[in-house]
Design a protein around this ligand. Structure first.
Ligand code: SF4
Length: 261
């Protein structure tokens, strides 16, 4: 490792677990049955302390996974990092955020939270996430966090994240519309892509992957709609250049080439 953090690095993604309680059609971390508590609480804290010393200045830790809240010590870990002055965010599928956990998070200093919602139609969201009832839990958690914030400037700042796939792309402008009307949070979108795990054919679901020229054109029309909304001031995190790159990605996409085994 370098003696000190290079100046251009200001954020570290800390993947807390390599397993998940969902059974998503676009990511198979859940196939890995690893113990979420593989690193002890003390080992995680020690890593954060070392990172903080390595940086020697303000930086951010983005806690992610798998599903980070499969660990039962996330509230304690986030609080520890915040108390060291580190900017913190966490990305979650939202299904394990009970009322008690949300109350705990409110007192950690957590700066931002990102919850996955792929459609406002529960059936579509639950299909993509592979577990019935997921939409209600995730959407409920997002609303509970919004309700728990003291005001629009207080932490954690709540964001929604949506995967753009063949199945749900037409639902995404409605999510953006909803979040604008809600008046809290922003949306970030991400193109469907193979994750970092095991690209075997048993987990690719053809319903999600744009395949024909018409499929790809339809996805690009949705992205153009998102660009228009972004330019009209809707709360979309992605910038226009990134959205344009997504269109190029979808036009060239050959998902079968990603599969091996
Ligand atoms: S996309 Fe997120 S929620 Fe789905 S299996 Fe992967 S880590 Fe879990």
């Amino acid at each position: 490792m370098l003696k000190e953090a290079p100046n251009h690095i200001y954020e570290v993604e800390f993947d807390m677990v390599r397993t998940c309680n969902m059974q998503c059609k676009m990511c198979n971390f859940w196939v890995n049955k690893q113990n979420p508590q593989r690193l002890t609480t003390e080992e995680v804290k020690e890593t954060i302390k070392n990172l903080n010393e390595w940086f020697g200045r303000k930086f951010k830790i983005a806690f992610a996974g798998g599903e980070p809240f499969m660990r039962d010590d996330m509230v304690e870990i986030i609080k520890y990092a915040s108390n060291l002055g580190i900017i913190t965010s966490v990305a979650t599928n939202g299904t394990l955020l009970t009322k008690e956990k949300i109350n705990g998070l409110m007192n950690t200093g957590l700066n931002g939270i990102v919850i996955s919602i792929d459609s406002l139609n529960p059936e579509t969201h639950d299909y993509m996430r592979g577990v019935p009832g997921t939409f209600d839990k995730a959407f409920g958690a997002f609303n509970a966090i919004c309700d728990s914030r003291k005001d629009l400037h207080s932490n954690p700042f709540p964001n929604l994240a949506s995967i753009i796939s063949k199945l749900n792309h037409q639902d995404i402008p409605a999510i953006l519309q909803w979040i604008k009307e809600k008046g809290q949070g922003m949306l970030i979108v991400q193109s469907i892509s193979a994750n970092f795990f095991n690209h075997t054919k048993d987990w690719f679901d053809e319903k999600l992957w744009p395949d024909t020229v018409e499929d790809k054109e339809a996805v690009c029309i949705t992205i153009d709609k998102l660009i228009e909304m972004k330019q009209a001031g809707y709360p979309l995190i992605n910038d226009v250049a990134q959205l344009e790159e997504m269109k190029k990605y979808f036009k060239k996409l050959d998902w079968r080439a990603m599969i091996h085994g």
